[in-house]
Structures are given as C-alpha cells and as structure tokens.
Write a protein that binds this ligand. Structure first.
Ligand code: MN3
Length: 242
C-alpha cells in the first residue's frame, strides 16, 4: 500500500510529534491546514516572554532588543514573502524560480522556528541543572550532566560560521541528540523533536563578547530554561519518559 505523505508521517509518529511540540511551544504559526501554499499562514513575531534586559549580566539588553526586533523579525518577513511567492508560482504554474523560493522558505522558516525556540530556551529563573525525567535521560544518554554540558558547549563553540547547537530527542532511537546547525537549516536530521537551542550567530553575542563565543556559551548556561526543555521532551511520550 502506498501511503501519502500525511499517512506516512502519521505512521512514523512524526506528525503527532510536530503537532504536539507546536502546541507545547506557542511559537510557530502552524496552520493545521492541509495545504500550506493555497492557505498560507501569515507568520508573526511571537511575544518575547521577558523584558529586553532580563539577562543583562549575561546578554545585554541592546543585543536582545536588536536580535528580537530586527533579526527575528526579518526571518518572519522572509518566510511570509517566500510563502507568498510560492503561492503565486502555484497559481501561475510557473516554477522557473521554485528552487530559489524553496531555499528562502527553508532558511527563513528554520530561522523563525529556531529563534522562537531560542527565546523559550532562556529564562530569568533559568540556569542550574535540569530536573526530573530530562535529567534522568541526559544521565542515561550522555553519562552525566557535566559530560552533556561539555559536549553541548564544544558543539556550539565549534559551529563553522553562523549557526546553532540544538538538543533534540529522536523518537525512532529513543535517544537525545546534540546537533550542530549551520545557518538555520543545514546539517540537520529530520526525525527529531527540538528541546532547546543556543544561537551562536555573532549577532547573538558580539556587542558584549566580541569574538569570544566560548565565554558567551559558558555564560548562557546560567539562563537555560530547563523547565521548557523538559516540557518539550515530555510532549512526546515514550516508554522512557512516561
Ligand atoms: Mn539569531
């Protein structure tokens, strides 16, 4: 039996996972509509869950303000533009520039999603170590929180050029993974649930840290929102975390 894409994703549990994370994190303008391009969603900048100066000791207010109001907004705008152009191409049945607009869709769409997750990966009450089931899983999959932290930090510092380090859960292997992401959309694997993410583009830290990405990554652990990371982990129940 040949499955269509939706049936395939449902069978693989991926659609459920994506839907679940979408509802756990009120961050990404998922439509739930069958056809993204004939019913395009207008994506909007999500609300920032704290003030610009919430992390002044570790990330200065000007950086948060510019990052949120200029950089993230530009990805939202770019995503809406790409969707609109793809809709026009579909209407005209002219796909001569489809590769260009699909690249834009991937870049800006991933940029919008990752920034939304980034804002929720930090909290004025954050820092310390994760608790509960997420800590158990980190201990199981990385040996200890300290070993995880070293690997995550090394991964973030070593991203070539502009990018991200992501903690994700892979349902098919029931493992936590650390991924490096170049730009917003490269080096990923698709079958994972993103739990928390650090932005290591220079715009995320340059005003305070200049070229010292390692210091920024190190300090960032003082504001990690482990509660949200655990919520994201538990949003996809498996026999490991039930
Ligand atoms: Mn950024």
């Amino acid at each position: 039996m040949e499955l269509n894409r939706r049936e395939f994703l449902e069978t693989a549990g991926v659609l459920t996972a994506v839907t679940t994370i979408g509802s756990a994190l009120p961050i990404f303008g998922a439509t739930g509509k069958e056809n993204l391009f004939t019913n395009p969603t207008e994506h909007k900048l999500p609300e920032l869950p704290y003030a610009f100066d919430a992390f002044d000791k570790f990330i200065d207010a000007k950086t948060i303000e510019l990052h949120y109001t200029k950089h993230h907004q530009a990805y939202v705008n770019g995503l809406n533009k790409a969707q609109a152009e793809i809709e026009i191409a579909l209407g005209k049945q002219d796909f001569s520039l489809i590769d260009y607009w699909l690249k834009k869709l991937a870049f800006h769409g991933a940029g919008h999603f990752l920034h939304s997750l980034y804002w929720n990966s930090m909290s004025p009450n954050g820092g310390g170590e994760p608790k509960g089931k997420l800590l158990d899983k980190i201990n199981m999959d990385f040996g200890s929180f300290d070993k995880f932290k070293k690997m995550f930090s090394a991964s973030a510092v070593a991203v070539e050029g502009s990018g991200w380090a992501l903690l994700a859960y892979q349902p098919s292997t029931k493992k936590l993974l650390i991924l490096q992401i170049e730009n917003h959309q490269k080096l990923t694997t698709w079958d994972v649930i993103p739990l928390m993410v650090i932005d290591v583009w220079e715009h995320a830290y340059y005003l305070k840290y200049q070229n010292k990405r390692g210091d920024y990554v190190n300090n960032w652990f003082n504001i990690v929102n482990w509660d949200t990371a655990e919520k994201n982990y538990l949003s996809h129940p498996t026999k490991d975390n039930k």
